[in-house]
Design a protein around this ligand. Structure first.
Ligand code: ATP
Ligand code: NCN
Length: 188
């Protein structure tokens, strides 16, 4: 049975933290592939500052060079609020023979009880939690923890640096940095 890891996110923009946790979990859990799924409208936070077309393109560029990483555009194609339950229900029925592992940072773990249809979502995926500075991984939900190097990078930090003309070198892939500059993203 194929084992696929899912990393859903706003990816505004994608950064090295995303790529590092995805690769670490892939290796630790012996997953065949990781699918990155950019949300159209994140369910529980403000709308992304950046158009979904740009976020999709940045994810596409960020994963170049890792043949185990794929982009899945199911949420931007569906439009509306990107509830994980809707996404995983659709993917499970399209790929009934696949086991899905949904990767979340520790900042997401404490909100799991508030996720849409969480009890049924638990039947569709196994959650894999990774550490994130300043957050606890403890939860009553069955989340398997994978130890990853603590990476203190967030999209918020990248956006702030870019709007202050700061450097994001080595925080995002070079090709993503070039795309951001060419398209004048995050300049205020
Ligand atoms: N540095 C990191 N360490 C661990 N998990 C992370 C890290 N960055 C992002 N994640 C996880 O990746 C997923 C997608 O994150 P998202 O695209 O929202 O990025 P973000 O950096 O958290 O964004 P923002 O700063 O805009 O809230 C979430 O599950 C999040 O917890
Ligand atoms: O389905 C939900 O209720 C839900 C609530 C919060 C977050 N999520 C998903 O968790 C992933 C990370 O969310 P975010 O807000 O950090 O981009 C992303 O795939 C979201 O769709 C899902």
């Amino acid at each position: 049975m194929k084992r696929i890891g899912i990393l859903g996110g706003t990816f505004d923009p994608p950064h090295m933290g995303h790529l590092i946790i995805a690769e670490e979990v892939r290796k630790a859990m012996e997953l065949d592939e990781i699918w990155l799924i950019p949300s159209f409208e994140p369910p529980h936070k403000d709308r992304a500052k950046t158009e979904s077309t740009n976020r999709v393109e940045m994810v596409r560029l960020a994963i170049q060079g890792n043949s185990a990483f794929k982009i899945c555009t199911i949420e931007v194609d569906r439009l509306g609020k990107s509830y994980t339950f809707d996404t995983m229900e659709a993917l499970r029925s399209e790929f009934p023979e696949v086991s899905f592992y949904f990767i979340i940072g520790a900042d997401m773990v404490e909100f799991l009880p508030h996720w849409e249809n969480i009890d049924h979502l638990m039947d569709l995926v196994k959650f894999v939690g990774v550490q994130r500075n300043g957050y606890q991984l403890e939860t009553d939900f069955p989340v398997e923890v994978v130890d990853v190097p603590m990476i203190e990078i967030s999209s918020t930090m990248i956006r702030q640096r870019l709007s202050n003309h700061g450097s994001v070198k080595y925080l995002v892939p070079d090709i993503v940095e070039s795309y951001i500059k060419e398209n004048h993203l995050y300049e205020n």
